[in-house]
Ligand binder design. Structure first.
Ligand code: GDP
Length: 304
């Protein structure tokens, strides 16, 4: 079964990791959000792409869900000592990724081509694609005005109250080479349990149309996000955070929806939206849970 998965960082990377253990590499393509990308300390940083790649390569820090395992922090500590900006924590190994990516981008290589070569170097076999090679930047409209995504997310720790989102540059951005083909040749498209507003929506705003059956996995369990501001965003936008709210968010696109056992009581309401459902354990702390959920999702797709 050929699968194309859409992913943000932490939640997306976990399911992508499970899928990579279950599917032959030629049958799995992961399209990653680049709306979180930004330029910082002169470096081009792609947080979601790096989280997905580090996770697939077994290089990720399993405690934080982002960054590298066994990381040291000498560079950022010395930048801070010199009075430079240290709010975005960059480890020494991680900085090597950003330095080398920035060097290649400056030489004119595309982000998708750099990502392909980094994946080879890290021994990652499934195809990992940025959603676009063009700069698309998620902007967060808040009670304090419009903020660039990392300014809102990391610098301001998601404190400002969210009023909406804008994906700057999206009108000019084309899907990266391979993205359209991966979506059109897949048997099914999986929306990983990523933040609907700022991880999946930016990808959808670039790719626009998906013609193959879409199955989403809920990032909201028991009304809460496992990590990050997804539930807070729902509340601030006037929607009660729940698996049902996520299903409604994707409503027009969905063939199937995977929700956590905790949210079983919402199943009937989701079925009433003409969406098929599967109820299972969706928390993925360890590889065994990621593989089990990946298998569950693939069986569900097979049954549709
Ligand atoms: P980000 O770009 O790093 O914020 O990453 P994502 O958008 O991919 O992931 C954030 C979302 O993943 C949050 O809404 C979390 O609730 C969700 N998430 C994280 N871990 C898990 C998990 O183990 N299971 C499920 N179902 N969702 C998760």
């Amino acid at each position: 079964m050929k699968i194309t998965a859409l992913a943000g960082g932490v939640g997306g990377a976990k399911l992508a990791h499970g899928l990579a253990h279950v599917l032959p590499p030629e049958d799995l393509t992961i399209i990653v959000n680049t709306g979180d990308d930004f330029e910082h300390l002169g470096l081009s940083i792609c947080p979601d792409l790096d989280t997905v790649c580090y996770t697939l390569a077994g290089l990720a820090n399993s405690e934080t869900g982002w960054g590298r395992a066994g990381e040291t922090w000498n560079t950022i500590a010395n930048i801070e000592r010199l009075g430079g900006p240290a709010w975005f924590r960059l480890g020494d190994q991680d900085i090597a990724t950003h330095l080398e990516r920035t060097r290649r981008l400056k030489e004119g290589q595309s982000l998708s081509s750099i990502t392909r070569e980094f994946c080879q170097a890290w021994g990652i076999q499934p195809t990992v694609l940025p959603m676009t090679d063009a700069p698309v930047r998620t902007m967060v409209n808040t009670n304090e005005g419009e903020l660039a995504f990392q300014e809102y997310f990391v610098h301001r720790r998601c404190e400002p109250i969210v009023k909406g989102f804008r994906f700057d540059g999206v009108t000019e951005a084309k899907p990266a080479p391979g993205v359209r083909e991966a979506l059109d040749t897949a048997d099914a498209v999986i929306f990983c349990p990523s933040n609907p507003w700022v991880s999946i929506d930016p990808i959808l705003s670039v790719v626009k149309k998906i013609t193959k059956p879409v199955i989403a996995v809920s990032p909201i369990i028991g009304g809460k996000a496992v990590k990050g501001p997804a539930a807070k965003m729902y509340t601030e936008l006037g929607i009660e955070p729940s698996a049902l709210a996520v299903a409604k968010h994707y409503r027009t696109t969905l063939a199937g929806f995977v929700l956590d056992t905790t949210d079983r009581e919402s199943e009937a309401q989701i079925i009433a939206l003409s969406i098929k459902t599967q109820v299972t354990d969706t928390l993925m702390n360890h590889l065994t849970e990621r593989v089990r959920l990946a298998n569950d999702v693939l069986h569900f797709i097979g049954s549709l």
